[in-house]
Ligand binder design. Sequence first.
Ligand code: NAP
Length: 260
Amino acid sequence: MSSEARPVALVTGASRGIGRGIALELARTGYDVLVNYASNAEAARAVQAEIAALGARAEIFGASIADSDARQALVDFTLDTFGRIDLLVNNAGIAPRQRRDLLEATEESYDEVMGTNLKGPYFLTQRVANEMIRLLRDKQIPRGRIVFVTSMSAYTSSPNRGEYCLSKAGLSMAVALYADRLAEFGIPVLEVRPGIIATDMTSVVKERYDRLIGEGLLPLRRWGQPEDIGRAVAAIARGDFDYSTGTVINVDGGFCLRRL
Ligand code: NAP
């Protein structure tokens, strides 16, 4: 396949929420998309249809990024199906099943959250980066790009979900590491750091966040939407941030500001 064909994005956790928003914006930007999901095939098929309606090609593949064999199968399927990966978006992530105070949290929850949110994308990126290096060398793609979706929890303490905060802080370092290592291949690696985004993940704490946002927690007094994240990733996908490797793009309504 020549590098003239449409570029391909592998988006993890694209069946719902932020990943869905990213996948749709990438389709609008001219990408074909591999829609990865964990177990919700019906939701993934719905996203596939939405992408097709935008004139792009989408294929779906169920694989837990926490599982090593499933990660390999995901990359194999993407390459067998599309012949290339131009963009990896590490979006899939989970909250702890139960928010528990730091003094009572369990090792089981720690292992589950870290396995999905940190170990999974860290090693998925390792495999995809090696494939991108090969594809670049063989002139199968003109450019590779990698995005990590982290969280404001990368630097904000929430003692009732310490394992989530740790996983996102670690993921932020993964951005620095891969940006550094892959610079010689011209592969930009960027971090997109969402604030409070309206998805299934946050629906369980909606009332609390409604109140906090109403009280002025965010300078821009509204919830973020998946499209807000999707547009930031689409700008990276277009190459607008190719000279900004290692950079954090906050998409958080101004939460990151220090105010007095
Ligand atoms: P969500 O609504 O719960 O959707 C999660 C998505 O990830 C679904 O597509 C789910 O697939 C998939 N997924 C879950 N575990 C997976 C696994 N092991 N392997 C592959 N896919 C998996 O979550 P979201 O709010 O969109 O969050 C997306 C990302 O943004 C996460 O990394 C999250 O930490 C981060 N984030 C979210 C917010 C927020 O306010 N929502 C803020 C900051 C950061 P199924 O449909 O098959 O379950």
